[in-house]
Design a protein around this ligand. Structure first.
Ligand SMILES: [Zn+2]
Length: 144
């Protein structure tokens, strides 16, 4: 279970719409609770302003970008609790590529961006044996 605000969810959707037709990616920063839940405190977008060729490659996040995000998180007493990325004109389900490039313990949010509009948004966790993703519940607080 991952707890997020409506504002954080729309930040991810908007990032996906902004980078359409390319994939966007970023991090969710927050805390791992003792009961296994994750609390998201901040969305950390990672720019996808890369060369055209790199943009066409399907990727999640580069290790050095993850490290930069982790450093920023630690400086703010937070942890990286998950990664998000968009699937332009594709289902909000992790691909085989995503599975091969994922790390355990993190949440993986995938947002569908259909013709430039964010639609479906789902969160996933990888099985410890790395064989597949299971869908994870998103607990979303109402806007204050
Ligand atoms: Zn993907």
């Amino acid at each position: 279970m991952i707890a997020m605000t409506e504002d954080q969810l729309s930040e991810i959707r908007q990032h996906g719409e902004r980078d359409y037709p390319f994939e966007c990616c970023g991090l969710m920063l927050g805390r791992f609770e003792r009961n296994g839940h994750k609390d998201v405190v901040e969305i950390y977008p990672i720019s996808n302003a890369r060369e055209e060729e790199a943009k066409r490659n399907r990727f999640l996040i580069r290790p050095e970008e993850l490290m930069r995000g982790e450093k920023y998180a630690r400086g703010n007493n937070l942890d990286v609790v998950g990664l998000y990325h968009s699937h332009p004109d594709d289902r909000a389900v992790p691909s085989q590529y995503d599975l091969e490039h994922a790390w355990p313990t993190y949440s993986y949010i995938v947002v569908t961006v259909e013709k430039g509009r964010a639609t479906d948004l789902r969160s996933w966790e990888m099985e410890p044996d790395r064989t597949r993703f299971n869908e994870e519940g998103i607990m979303s607080e109402a806007r204050a």
